[in-house]
Structures are given as C-alpha cells and as structure tokens.
Ligand binder design. Structure first.
Ligand code: MV4
Length: 476
C-alpha cells in the first residue's frame, strides 16, 4: 500500500483527499503557495510544504511538485481536479519519477484529452457517438459545406483540444459555417495550441448524464451509476443529482453498460467519468471522458456507499477490485448544490473576502465538503467554489425537501454567496418535478433572480407589509 501521498491541489478537494488518507492511515503532504498559507488543507495534512510566492504558479509547476514529493518521501501524487489533473505530461513525469500517479495512465489521459481521437476510438468500438466528421482542417470549404448539409443543420464545431465547453461553436445555417469554422480554428489555436476542429450534429437542449467509472490496474471495470449534471450555467455545473431523476431503469442499464464498454475501449484504470448527451427521444451519445475525480463525486458516494477517493488510492497502489457490477446497489437520491462566493445579481462576479460567520448545514444525511472556517479570508486567485452541500434521501422528492432545509440552515456571512440563488432553484416547480435540461438556467435566470429571497428582500417585504397594515387600519 501507499504510505504517503502528496496532494497536488488546494481547497475543498485537497481537504477531501487528506481525509481519505487519514481514514486509511496514510500520511499526507499538502503543498501551498504563500498567498494560500491559511487554507484549511495546509492545516490538516500530516505535513505542508510551501512551493512558491505566486498564488497559482506553484500548483501548475510539475517539476517543483514532483521534487517536493521526492523530498518528503511520498510514494504517490493525487492531482485532485483542475490544475494538473488532466495534464498527461505531468502524469508521465510522475510515472517516470517512479511515483504513483493517482489516476489513469498518462497515455489514456492523452487520448481522452483529444476529443476527436476519443470520439473515433469510441466509434470504432461500437459506442454511439453523435453523427459527425473527422478533423476538417485539411478539407476544402466546399467539402465542409457538404458535410454540414449531409449531417443537417444545426451543427456544432468542436476543437479537438477543447472540452468542458471551451472551443465549441454552434452553426445554424450555411452562411455562418465558414466564418464559424475560421473563428473556432483561431480560438482553438490560441487556447489549446492545437487548431484541429471537427463537426457534429447539434443536439438541441440535451440532458448531460455522466457515469462514474471505477477500474483497477488489471482490466476490472465497473460503473457506479449516473449523475444528472444538466443544471449548469455557462458550462459551470450548479446542481448535480444521482441517480438521474428522468430516466428509466432500462435506459440506465443500457447507458451503464455502454459507459463500461467505453472505459474498456480506452484502456481505463482508476476513477473516471463517461459523459453522455441525452436527447428528447432518450437517445444517448458519448460526449467525452473525464480522466480525473470530479467535483460532484460525492453524490455517487452517497447513493452507492463507495468511497471513491479511498478506492482511487487503493487501486493506484495495485489492489485488485473485488467489487463486481452486481455488488453496486444504488440507494435513494443524492443532490449536490455548489455554493460559490459569487454575487448572482452581479453576473456571478466573485466575492472574495473574510468569512465572519460560518455555520454549515448539519443533521441526518447532510454532508458538507468545504475548506471554509470562521475567520478564513477567501483569496481572489482561485475558483470561487467554497462548499459542496450534499443531501441524501430515499426519494427524489424528499431529497429536494432536504436540500431546501439544508440551504435554509447554511450560513456564511462576510461575503456574498449563491446560497439564496440555489434555494430559489430548489423551490422551483421544474426542479421539484425533476424535468429540466441544459437550457434550464439560461431560460429561467431572470425568474430565479427575481425570486431570490435574500435578507434585503425579506426586509423590504416586511416594510411593505407593515405599511399595508397601517394603511388598512387608517382606511377602516
Ligand atoms: C454538444 C452539444 C450538442 N450537440 N455536442 C458542451 C461541453 C462540451 N463537453 C460539449 N458540449 C456540448 N456538446 C453536440 N453534438 C451541447 C453541448 C453543451 C452542453 C453539454 C453538456 C452540458 C451543458 C452544455 C451546455 C451547452 C452545450
């Protein structure tokens, strides 16, 4: 087994990984940059090493991180999510240094990181992909137009190097096609240093359904059911649900088997996610494979009872997966709400600053993954996610009740957060019914914002109510 793990990350996910290490009696090494020295992961790890003055650079510096791991005698590096987690060069450097990278092999990260290679690999293995093309860069304009005509508008252009919503362009008619292609190529070159672009049929207002995959180093791969991540804004997920409240058991089985086949086709090991688009006719298509632990892994843990970080560490250390697909029983529903330090009324601008009160929701089947504490100063340099609230209940309806209750109870003062915004979604009838797709936030944003019952609005309502009461008295 691994005896010491360096966590190449910060904030809530670093805290989550350190907790798993503690549960397994594994030593943990936190790394941090100078402006991040008060972060909770630094305080709770077995040891902590400062890796530079700049707020971000250290977390992206493969050399320094690997050198630190060696100096501390760590035998593994857990990359968390974001930062270097899907950087195959980093994974390769870790492998070459004789350390264990907690994740899949670097070659798999590389393949899945190229969205066109991933797509072709899946297609060759009989996994359903959206009708589409190879990379178009060598094609004549007329050829590209022919492809689009054959697929049928609307189409979507995607950068091979993209993913997670970056480097995509919708095209609704032939006039837009070539200009969109050129823009997509230019942006792809600038963002990913790879201007390869391909085309797919645009699936309008799809649901985003993803399957959690878990495999050991010996080809034993299972899935741990799905998450519905359709509730997102500008490709940032806001609420995630496991299992998906809007699919049948029959569809779940079929998608699950496909997800496992996709992971096998990729030569996958460790934890990963197969993302599907699901259309209005319940047809599903492989979209991409994420080769990291995801922000929303907690909802899967709550319905399956499997600790994914513990499994990641064990399988990375070479343990055989003793779980079989039939051992995985999903129980009830779990919902995660991502609480961010942002002002929903000001276009979700980040609101860094001092947390003057912190009282997380508690009680049965309420889980909070967070690095916050009273007196912590949220720095302006990082992701604005500050807490993940995960609730669990026996039915979807009861899980929504619990989410409302827990959000009501959750108190963060000193900085504006999205708690009341999330509460408004939890109270909406679409959410209650479990019927929504990826267009939900865009379509309903105005309505949600106007329904936010924050403290100011409550105060105003109370003033109005007392004026009305006084007026009524006078008129009587
Ligand atoms: C699509 C699509 C519709 N049709 N591909 C967005 C992120 C990136 N992973 C791919 N994405 C999409 N690809 C086809 N052929 C719609 C999206 C999409 C989306 C997907 C999942 C969740 C939210 C989304 C929001 C906008 C677009």
């Amino acid at each position: 087994m691994i005896s010491k793990v360096l966590i190449a990350n910060r904030g809530e996910i670093a805290v989550r990984i350190i907790r798993a290490c503690r549960d397994l009696h594994i030593q943990s090494v936190a790394i941090y940059t100078k402006p991040d020295e008060d972060c909770l992961h630094v305080k709770i790890a077995s040891e902590a090493k400062c890796i530079g003055e700049d707020a971000i650079k250290g977390y992206l510096d493969a050399k320094i991180i690997i050198q630190t791991a060696k100096e501390c005698g760590a035998d593994a590096i857990h990359p968390g999510y974001g930062f270097l987690s899907e950087n195959y060069e980093f994974a390769k450097m870790v492998e070459d240094a004789g350390l264990i990278f907690v994740g899949p092999k670097s070659q798999v990260i590389k393949n899945m990181g190229n969205k066109n290679i991933a797509r072709e690999l899946m297609q060759q293995n009989g996994i359903p992909v959206v009708p589409g093309t190879k990379v178009l860069n060598e094609c004549k304009e007329e050829e590209i137009k022919e492809f689009a005509k054959k697929i049928g508008y609307p189409v979507i252009l995607k950068a091979s190097g993209g993913g997670g919503g970056r480097g995509i362009k919708e095209v609704w008619n032939e006039d837009e096609l070539i200009p969109a292609f050129n823009t997509c190529k230019r942006e792809a070159k600038a963002y990913f240093n790879n201007d390869d672009v391909f085309m797919e049929k645009l699936i309008e207002n799809p649901r985003h359904i993803e399957f959690q995959i878990l495999g050991d180093n010996y080809g034993n791969i299972i899935h741990l059911c799905e998450r519905d991540c359709s509730i997102q804004r500008r490709h940032q997920k806001i609420i995630e649900i496991a299992p998906c409240p809007s699919i049948s058991e029959h569809l779940r089985k079929s998608m699950g088997a496909t997800a496992v086949a996709a992971a096998k086709a990729a030569g996958y090991t460790n934890a990963g996610t197969v993302e599907f688009l699901l259309d209005d006719y319940n047809r599903f298509y492989f979209m991409e494979m994420n080769t990291r632990i995801q922000v929303e892994h907690g909802v899967t843990e709550e319905i399956t009872g499997v600790d994914l970080i513990v499994r990641q560490l064990r399988y990375a250390a070479g343990q055989i997966q003793e779980l079989e697909q039939s051992d995985i029983k999903s129980n009830g529903f779990a919902i995660e709400a991502r609480i961010t330090a942002e002002d929903a009324n000001k276009n979700f601008i980040p609101t860094p600053g001092m947390v003057t009160e912190y009282y997380p929701a508690l009680g049965p089947s309420v889980r909070v993954d967070s690095h916050l504490y009273k007196g912590y100063k949220i720095p302006p340099f990082y992701d604005s996610l500050v807490a993940k609230l995960v609730v669990k209940a026996s039915s979807y309806d009861l899980a929504v009740n619990k989410l409302e209750r827990a959000l009501e109870e959750f108190t963060i003062e000193g900085v504006k957060t999205t708690i009341s915004f999330l509460k408004t979604i939890a109270k909406s009838k679409e959410f209650r019914k479990g019927i929504f797709d990826t267009s939900y936030i865009k379509t309903n944003l105005e309505k949600i914002l106007s329904n936010i019952d924050d403290k100011n609005k409550k105060d105003k309502d109370e003033i109005i109510a007392s004026i009305c009461a006084a007026l009524k008295d006078k008129l009587n």
